[in-house]
Design a protein around this ligand. Sequence first.
Ligand SMILES: NC(=O)c1ccc[n+]([C@@H]2O[C@H](COP(=O)([O-])OP(=O)(O)OC[C@H]3O[C@@H](n4cnc5c(N)ncnc54)[C@H](OP(=O)(O)O)[C@@H]3O)[C@@H](O)[C@H]2O)c1
Length: 493
Amino acid sequence: MSDQTLLATGPETGRLSDRLTLRRLICGLWQVADLEKDGAPLDPDAAADALQAYADAGFDTFDMADHYGSAELITGRLLSRYRDDARRPRAFTKWCPEPGPMTAEVVRAGVMERLARLGVEKVDLLQFHWWTFEHPAWLDALHEMTRLREEGLIGEIGVTNFDAAHLAVALADGIPLVSNQVSFSLVDRRAAGPLSDLCRATGVRLLAYGTLCGGFLSNRWLGKEEPAEIPDWSRQKYKRFIDTAGGWEAFQGILSAADRIARKHRVSISNVATRWVLEHESVAAAIIGARLGESEHRADNLKIFDFAFDAEDHERLEAAFAATRPVPGDCGDEYRRPPYLTASGDLSHHLQAIPSVFTAEPVPGRKNRMRVSSGSVWEELAGYSRAMRVGDSIRVSGTTATHGSDRCVAPGDPGAQATYILDKIAAAIRALGGSMDDVVRTRIYLRDAAHWEPVSRVHGRVFAQIRPANTLIEAGNLVGEYLVEIEAEAVVD
Ligand SMILES: NC(=O)c1ccc[n+]([C@@H]2O[C@H](COP(=O)([O-])OP(=O)(O)OC[C@H]3O[C@@H](n4cnc5c(N)ncnc54)[C@H](OP(=O)(O)O)[C@@H]3O)[C@@H](O)[C@H]2O)c1
C-alpha cells in the first residue's frame, strides 16, 4: 500500500521495498494460537480492541499466519475499522501449505483464503513457509505468488525460515523476495552468518522473531532457577533453544551481561536483547509477541530507540557468547532436521508423513532392483532412471537443476543450481529407502572450473559430517544452461 502513512508516534519506521514501509517493532500474533489452544477462540471485538490499542500507540504493523488461531480474523476486524483511512495498519501474514503440487489453483486458493480472512483486497506482505526443500514445488508456489503479486492480490512477497542456500536459489530463479522471517536473538545468532551476508549482497531484509526468547530474555528471569514446567508454547520452544545453546547457566551468563548493559543505559534487559538484533544491518524489524488481554510492554519496548550499543557493550556480550554453544546449522533447520527446536519438539513424524516426491517402482523381471524417475524429458529420451537401487546400493544419475520436465533453475548461478541438485538427489535416495547419511561417493561436473568454490561450499554444507569420496572435474560444455551436474552413490546398511 504505497499510499499508507504511519503515525508520527510509536516505534521507528523502516522499509521493505519502495512501496512497503513498516515499524521496526512488529506486533506478533502467534500467541493468539496459544491463548486459544483449549479450543475457545478469543472474542473478536475485544481482541480487535486490544490490537487497536497497539495501533493507536504506533505499533501498527502486525505479523500473523494461516495457523495462528483466529489472528487473521481479529486483524481483519481491526482493518475493517479503517476502510479508506490511509493510516490503516499493515498486516503481514504467512501461507504454510503442506508440500504437494503447487498448481495455479492451489496457490490462488491459499492467497484468496488469506484475503478473505483479513477482509482485504491485497495482503501487504505474504510470507511463504515450506517444510522440505526435497519437494521442489516450493519454487512453483513462489512463481505463482509472483504472478498474483503482479495481479495486485499481494503487495510484497517474503519467505520465512529459509536458510541462505535456498533463499539464494529463489532469488537466482527470479522471485522478487523482499524479506525472510527467521529466529534471531542473543541466544540464536545463526542469522548473523551466511544469511546476513546474502541479505547484504541482495537487499533482502530479515524480520527477526524469538528476539526475547518468548520473554526469557527479560529482567524477570535474571538469576532465577531453571523452570521445570513451562505453560506457554513460546517459552517451551525457546527453552529448547536455550538448552541447545549451552544450557541454563550459559543463558544466565547472557542475561547478566545484558543486565550490565541495560543498567548502564537505564533500559531493560529486553531492550538490550531487541536493540542488539535491530543493530544488524540486515534486520528490518524485530517481531515481539503479544499476549492479548494478558500483558503488554509497549512503553518499555519504545525505549529500544533511545540508546545504542558501544564497543564495551559488544565486548561484554561477546564474552558471554564465548560460554555458549552456537545453535547448529542455518536458519530454519530447526523445522527440518534435528535438533528440532519447535514448540512441539520432534517434527520427524510430520516430515515423514509428507508424501515422497518420487515413487520407487520395481524393475520388471529383476529381483532386488528398484528405480525412480524424476520426470525430466531426457530420462525417457535417453533411457535412464534418476536413481536405481540394487540390493543395499543406490546409484543416482548425473543430476542437473532441471525443474519439471525441462526448465533450468537459477540460470547463471552455479551454487544455487548445486543446492537444487542436492535436494533432488536427496529426494531420489529417500524414495529408494536411503538418506543423504548413506552417501559414500559424489562426482561433480562443472561447465567452468572457475565455479569450483560456490559449488564446493554447497557440497560442504550438505556433506560436512558425511564426507563421501568425491571427484570434481571440469566437463566443458554441459547441455543447455546447466552449469553443474552431480551424481551420487549411497550404501544403505
Ligand atoms: N516464522 C516463524 O516460524 C515464527 C516462529 C515464532 C514466532 N514468530 C513470530 O514472532 C512473534 C514473536 O513471538 P515469539 O514466540 O518469538 O516471542 P518473543 O517475541 O520472543 O516473546 C514475547 C514475550 O516477551 C515478553 N515481553 C515482550 N516485551 C517485553 C518487555 N519489554 N519486557 C519483558 N518482557 C517482554 C512477553 O511475555 P509476557 O507476555 O509473559 O509478559 C511476550 O509475550 C510471534 O507472535 C510470531 O508473529 C514467527
